[in-house]
Every structure is written in structure tokens, then in C-alpha cells.
Design a protein around this ligand. Structure first.
Ligand code: THU
Length: 140
């Protein structure tokens, strides 16, 4: 984990992620997740949205990234994730973004994009996903 001091936007981004979790639709897991994406000075948010056909469920992080992209964003500066239903004593793994979401974040981020995990700490994206799949020039 990166122990550098968190940038000043971390608290605001984490607060946005916690607020987004309040809108989670999760009648099956009862596990709310909220995510916030910082891009171009704006915050975009998402929550997990489950479905009776379980595999159609979408994670909070991907919904936040897709909301940002739908608003015209092509570069993500930071991401925050909050899992308010994770038991206080649970391992950090309960609060970490899944692999699919890490790959989706990587599409619009850099290796050093900051990811703030509520109750866990902060990471560079390349700590969470060291070798993303890439099909475009890294200069794009
Ligand atoms: N979930 C997320 O929203 N993000 C993740 O990174 C992992 C899991 C959601 C999906 C499902 O609605 C619930 O958490 C339990 O898996």
C-alpha cells in the first residue's frame, strides 16, 4: 500500500463514494458499494445495481466510470470506493474493487492514478492491477 499523504481531494471523493452507496440496489447481497471518480474537477458517482438474473449485476466502480465517460470524460484522475456494509473487523479484501472493475478503471487511467478505499487506504492503480490488458497506444 502507498503510504504517501493523501491528496486534499481524498476526503471529498470518499464522501461522494459513501453517499453513492446509499443508492445501491442490492436486495440479493445486501452489500452496498459506492464509487466516485474525479475527472476534470468534477466528481462522478455510481453504486452497485443488482439483478434477479445475478450475472447482470453491475459493480459500483464500473457504473461510476461509465457515468464519467457518458459525460465526456476520457481521463480519470482518482477513484474512491466505499463498502459501508463490510463488517468493521473484516479483512481489507471485503472493500477492494474486483478485478473487472480494476481493468475498466485502467482503460481511462494511468499507472499512478490514485484509488482510495474507504477504511483501507490508498493505492496507485498499478498496485491493484500491475499488468492490465491494453489494446491501444499508451500515449493516447
Ligand atoms: N460489488 C461492487 O459493486 N464492486 C466490487 O468491486 C465488488 C462487488 C458489488 C456487486 C454485488 O452487488 C455486491 O457487491 C456483492 O458482490
Amino acid at each position: 500500500m502507498d503510504r504517501r499523504p493523501e491528496p486534499s481531494n481524498a476526503d471529498e471523493l470518499l464522501a461522494a463514494a459513501r453517499a453513492a452507496a446509499e443508492h445501491a440496489y442490492c436486495p440479493y447481497s445486501r452489500f452496498r458499494v459506492g464509487a466516485a471518480v474525479l475527472a476534470g474537477g468534477k466528481i462522478y458517482h455510481g453504486c452497485n445495481v443488482e439483478n434477479a438474473s445475478y450475472g447482470l449485476t453491475i459493480c459500483a466502480e464500473r457504473n461510476a466510470v461509465f457515468a464519467a465517460v457518458a459525460a465526456g470524460v476520457t481521463r480519470i484522475e482518482a477513484v474512491a470506493v466505499a463498502c459501508p456494509d463490510a463488517p468493521a473487523a473484516s479483512p481489507a479484501a471485503y472493500r477492494m474493487p474486483c478485478g473487472a472493475c480494476r481493468q475498466v478503471i485502467a482503460e481511462f487511467a494511468t499507472a499512478k492514478t490514485r484509488v482510495f478505499i474507504d477504511g483501507v487506504g490508498h493505492f496507485n492503480l498499478d498496485e491493484l492491477l500491475p499488468h492490465p490488458f491494453v489494446l491501444r497506444s499508451l500515449d493516447d
